[in-house]
Design a protein around this ligand. Structure first.
Ligand code: FAD
Length: 446
C-alpha cells in the first residue's frame, strides 16, 4: 500500500491528511510533529494567557478523529533529514530511517526575531515570542512567577495587538512599539490606522510609532528597551511579535530549493520528486502567505497532487485578516491601497465616520472588487467575501456601504458621499451649497 508521510500537524498538515483520506480510503497516512499536542488552533493562543480558555479548549481534533480517519499521528517526533533520492527520512533520537512513497512538508513558520541587541540572549529571561501552546504556557508561568507589572510588545501587527490586549487584560501596564509610522502597516491605510490607534489607546494600551528598537536592556533578566533615537522604556517582560519566517532549514539541508519559503510549483511540488510542501512554509511565485485560508486552499491542491491526480492548480490566495479584539471589528482583505500598485483604472469608495469610529473602504479595478477595509461595522463583510474578484457596480457598493447622493433643491448641485471625505450628516450646520449658497437643510437625499 502506498505510504504518504506528512511532516507538521497544524492547519496545513492536518487538512492535507483529511483531504487525502477524503479522496482515497486506502492509502497509508502518517503524520510526524515535533509538538506534543494533536491539531490545535493558534488563533486563540493569546486568550490562554489571560485564562479566558484552557489548553484543552484549543485542541480541534482529539485522538478519536485520527483513529476514525485511519491517520497515524506521531507526537514529539522531529524529522532531522530527508534522503530525497532514496525516499526516506531520519527522526531525532532514532537510528532507523523511515521510508515513504510521497512526502508532504507542512513545516509552518516561526516568529521572526529582528536584529535587536541582547534579544536572543534574553529569550526565556523576560523576552518571549508566541507561536505554540508551549510558548504561551511559558509566558503565563513567567507572568505568574515574576510579578511583572510592565510589558512591552515589539510589533504593532495583528498578533502584536491581540497579544497586547490580553496582556492588558492581565492588568499589566502595556506598551506596543511599532517600527513603522502606523499600526497594522500591512493591512491598513494611514487614515484607518490612525482611527485604530485611538481605539487601542482608549483600551489603556500605549502605542509608540516609528519606534526602532535598538537594544533590550537587562543583565540576566529584562529591565526595558532602548530605541534607536535614545528613548528608553522600562519593562519586566518583552514580547516580540515582529512577523514570521517560513521554516526552510530541513528542506534546504536536504537539497530542496528554497528562498523565503520552500519553492513549489502550481501543484505544490518541490524541486525533488515525490516531495510536496504546503502552508506557511511554501513560497510560490515569490510570495509567502502565513494565514489559515491559504493553508486550507493549498491543502486541497496538495492532497490531489500527492495522489497523482494533479488536477487543480494553485493560483495564490487573496490575503484576508481579521483583528480579534472584543469590541473592535476590523477586517482587511486584498488590495486596500492601490496607490502602491501600478496600472489599471482604480476606484475607491470610502465611508469614514470618525465620531462613530467606523471606516469602510472598497477598492475596485476596472469594475472588479479587489479589496476592502471594514472597521467598526462589518455589515458589508459577507458581500465583500462573496464578490471579491467579481464585477460590481458603483450603485450596489453605495447601497452596501449606505452611502447616499444628496441634491440641492435650489440649483440641483449634487453631494455624492462616495466621492467626498465627509459624510453629509457630518457637515457643519452652517455648511452651504458651494454653487448657490443654499443652506444644508435645502438638500434632499435621492
Ligand atoms: C497567535 C496566533 C494567532 C493567529 N491568528 C490567525 C488568524 O486569526 N487568522 C489566520 O488566518 N491566521 C492566524 N494565525 C496564523 C496561522 O496560525 C498560521 O497561518 C497557521 O498555523 C499555519 O499552519 P501550518 O500548518 O502551515 O504551520 P504551523 O502552524 O507553523 O505548523 C507547522 C508544524 O510543523 C512542525 N514542524 C516544523 N518542523 C518540523 C520537523 N522538522 N519535524 C516535525 N515537526 C516539525 C512545527 O513544530 C509545527 O507544529 C495566527 C498565528 C498565531 C501564532
Amino acid at each position: 500500500m502506498e505510504k504518504i508521510i506528512i511532516v507538521g500537524n497544524n492547519v496545513a498538515g492536518t487538512f492535507t491528511a483529511q483531504n487525502i483520506r477524503f479522496l482515497n480510503e486506502n492509502v497509508d497516512i502518517e503524520i510526524f510533529t515535533q509538538e506534543s499536542y494533536p491539531y490545535y488552533t493558534r488563533v486563540k493562543l493569546p486568550e490562554l494567557i489571560s485564562n479566558k480558555i484552557q489548553v484543552n479548549d484549543l485542541i480541534v481534533f482529539k485522538d478519536d478523529w485520527y483513529k476514525d480517519k485511519k491517520i497515524k499521528l506521531n507526537l514529539n517526533t522531529k524529522v532531522t533529514k530527508i534522503e530525497a533520492d532514496q525516499k526516506f527520512l531520519f527522526i531525532e533520537g532514532q537510528n532507523n530511517p523511515v521510508s515513504y512513497d510521497k512526502l508532504i512538508l507542512a513545516l509552518g513558520s516561526v516568529p521572526n526575531i529582528p536584529p535587536i541587541k541582547n534579544a536572543r540572549e534574553l529569550v526565556g529571561k523576560g523576552v518571549f515570542t508566541l507561536r505554540t501552546i508551549d510558548d504561551t504556557l511559558e509566558i503565563k508561568e513567567y507572568l505568574q512567577n515574576s510579578n511583572a507589572k510592565k510589558a512591552i510588545i515589539i510589533g504593532g501587527g495583528l498578533l502584536g495587538l491581540e497579544l497586547a490586549n490580553q496582556i492588558k487584560n492581565n492588568n499589566l501596564d502595556t506598551t506596543v512599539v511599532e517600527f513603522f509610522p502606523r499600526l497594522l502597516p500591512r493591512q491598513l491605510d494611514d487614515e484607518c490606522s490612525f482611527m485604530l490607534k485611538e481605539e487601542i489607546e482608549n483600551k489603556g494600551i500605549k502605542v509608540v510609532l516609528n519606534a526602532v528598537t535598538d537594544e533590550i536592556i537587562g543583565n540576566g533578566f529584562v529591565t526595558g528597551i532602548k530605541l534607536k533615537d535614545g528613548q528608553k522604556f522600562e519593562a519586566d517582560i518583552i514580547l516580540i511579535q515582529a512577523g514570521i519566517r517560513a521554516t526552510i532549514d530541513l528542506a534546504q539541508n536536504s537539497g530542496l530549493e528554497a528562498n523565503r519559503g520552500i519553492s513549489v510549483n502550481e501543484f505544490l511540488e518541490t524541486s525533488k520528486k515525490d516531495i510536496f510542501a504546503v502552508g506557511d512554509c511554501i513560497e510560490y511565485k515569490n510570495q509567502t502567505w502565513g494565514i489559515i485560508p491559504a493553508c486550507m486552499e493549498q491543502s486541497k491542491i496538495v492532497a490531489a497532487s500527492a495522489l497523482g491526480l494533479r488536477k487543480i492548480e494553485y493560483k495564490g490566495t487573496t490575503p484576508k485578516n481579521t483583528l480579534k479584539i472584543v469590541g473592535l471589528e476590523l477586517t482587511s482583505i486584498g488590495i486596500f491601497d492601490p496607490s502602491r500598485d501600478e496600472g489599471g483604472s482604480w476606484e475607491i469608495l470610502k465611508k469614514a465616520d470618525k465620531k462613530d469610529c467606523c471606516y469602510q473602504k472598497l477598492v475596485l479595478k476596472d469594475n472588479t472588487l479587489k479589496g476592502a477595509i471594514l472597521f467598526g461595522d462589518n455589515k458589508a463583510m459577507s458581500f465583500v467575501y462573496k464578490k471579491m474578484e467579481q464585477d460590481v457596480t458603483r450603485e450596489e457598493l453605495m447601497e452596501i456601504l449606505e452611502l447616499y447622493l444628496y441634491k440641492c433643491s435650489n440649483c440641483g448641485a449634487e453631494y455624492d458621499e462616495s466621492k467626498m471625505e465627509i459624510l453629509f450628516k457630518a457637515l457643519p450646520n452652517d455648511w452651504k451649497c458651494p454653487k448657490c449658497k443654499q443652506l444644508k437643510e435645502g438638500f434632499k437625499k435621492i
